[in-house]
Design a binder for this molecule. Structure first.
Ligand SMILES: [Zn+2]
Length: 488
């Protein structure tokens, strides 16, 4: 199925609009409104947020703070180079072996793990992110909706329903999609040719200013095209969603020509993230064998350290803790310095039943990597494992002072309060976690539970009351905005 990621993003978005879960239905514009009204940044954000609710609930959503943290660091390094554009971004990974990436309204950029593994250099991965970032900063989704007539958007909606259904039954949905698509999608693709060229052009600028090798873009896209030829109709997802024409490749080539060659070293985190993802692919035995073979042949795809790290991860998966510990020893011997090594060492201690040892490791690592969220999460979890919930609460409090919008940390705090039997605090923390993820009705529900908890003091109850008023107002405002949008 030929579908531009923007079309897919819109489609996903419309899909959510057409059959929203009750919790997100309120405050969302309906389809007609989205087609008629100018796409405001607030509306873009709201659509993106509601799609993210679906995505986070999808089994393919990769809930790995280290991968997410790496993607966001790389993504923000790039997006900060978009000139004159103020736009928030959130990057995330989906566990999917197909080569794909997509951008959604509101600055949400998803990358399949297959694409991360297919990139041969960090500049290559960065080039795809830069291209997606440019789709967002150039407001391609809004421009597409504003250009498309209402009739077209309706056909797209038919396809949307089919695509959402595809998650449960691919064959059935495919048939429905084929019947429903036709003209609308062809027209979407016609618009998209210009958008693709524009995203390439802006993406190259972003890539260059962020200090990456701009050749990464043409080398990666050329390789994607070659692998597409091999597979004939089964082209990699990225090509189906971002139609790559010879013209586009030539365009890129012209821009790159004559530019000085730039040697860019891949970051250690890029290599470690890839090794970690590779260690999770296929059977654990295959993964172990691959890393062992590479180490034996000294055929390091990346650095030697990343191969030891990947082998250690694969061995843990294979239940070989002693062998994994030996690989960790190799990493220490090679003096590999990365927060990812520390969290891995702590996880090893936990698996060996040494929670106190894990706490000690992470306590030592924390001042060295104060901004690393995975270290902080690991520390809270190790403290809970060690039976020290009061210590864990202190860590969550300190962390939330520095990172008040860390939803995962609010969730860990709720879990810790639950262990301590503090019900008001538990529901209050859980409410903040939900509110940050855009699940306002669920947050309101938690605060109502907090009101009934019976274990707070006067001061705590009045804080709960005032937060509840705030969130109820936010719900009402969003519903009102959506209504006004419809009347426009
Ligand atoms: Zn594109």
């Amino acid at each position: 199925m030929k579908l531009h990621p923007l079309a897919r993003a819109l489609i996903l978005g419309f899909g959510v609009l057409s059959a929203p879960p009750l919790s997100v239905a309120e405050g969302l514009p309906d389809l007609g409104e989205a087609a008629q009204a100018e796409f405001s940044p607030a509306m873009e954000r709201r659509i993106g947020e509601s799609v993210m609710l679906e995505i986070r609930a999808d089994p393919a959503w990769l809930d790995d703070p280290e991968v997410t943290s790496y993607l966001n660091r790389l993504g923000h390094r790039l997006s900060s180079q978009s000139e004159g554009v103020r736009q928030e971004f959130e990057f995330f990974a989906l566990r999917d072996s197909t080569l794909n990436a997509f951008a959604m309204p509101g600055g949400y950029v998803g990358v399949h793990t297959g694409l991360i593994l297919a990139a041969e250099s960090e500049s290559e991965l960065a080039s795809v992110l830069a291209h997606e970032i440019s789709h967002v900063t150039q407001h391609h989704m809004a421009r597409m909706v504003n250009k498309a007539g209402q009739g077209q958007v309706a056909s797209v909606l038919a396809l949307a329903v089919a695509i959402l259904a595809a998650r449960s039954s691919p064959d059935l949905a495919m048939g429905a999609a084929m019947a429903g698509q036709g003209v609308a999608i062809q027209n979407q693709l016609n618009y998209s040719r210009d958008f693709e060229r524009e995203a390439d052009r802006f993406g190259l600028g972003v890539l260059e200013r962020a200090g990456f090798d701009i050749r990464g873009m043409s080398s990666f896209f050329e390789r994607l095209q070659k692998s597409g030829r091999l597979y004939e109709n089964n082209a990699p997802g990225y090509l189906r969603t971002h139609p790559l024409t010879t013209e586009r490749l030539a365009d890129m080539g012209n821009r790159i020509q004559g530019r000085p060659y730039k040697q860019v070293t891949d970051s250690l985190e890029f290599q470690l993230v890839r090794a970690k993802l590779r260690a999770q692919e296929g059977t654990s035995r295959d993964a172990v064998t691959e890393f062992e073979t590479r180490l034996k042949d000294r055929n390091f795809a990346g650095s030697e350290a990343a191969m030891h790290y990947g082998l250690a991860q694969a061995l843990v998966r294979d239940g070989k803790l002693a062998a994994a510990d030996k690989e960790l020893g190799e990493l220490r011997r090679l003096k590999v310095v990365s927060p990812m090594i520390e969290t891995f060492a702590a996880q090893m201690r936990l698996k060996q039943g040494d929670a106190a040892g894990a706490v000690k490791l992470l306590r030592a690592a924390q001042p060295r990597y104060p901004q690393e969220r995975p270290i902080a999460y690991g520390l809270v979890e190790a403290l809970l494992e060690a039976g020290l919930p009061s210590e864990a609460i202190k860590v969550t409090e300190d962390e939330l002072l520095s990172y008040p919008s860390d939803a995962k940390m609010h969730g860990l705090q709720a879990k810790t309060y639950a262990l301590l039997g503090k019900r008001l605090q538990q529901h209050r923390a859980q409410a903040e976690a939900y509110a940050l993820l855009g699940q306002v009705p669920a947050a309101v529900e938690q605060l109502e539970l907090a009101q009934k908890s019976g274990d707070g003091n006067f001061y705590e109850y009045s804080q709960v009351d005032s937060r509840l008023r705030e969130l109820k107002k936010r719900m009402a405002d969003e519903a009102k905005q959506a209504k006004e949008g419809k009347q426009k």
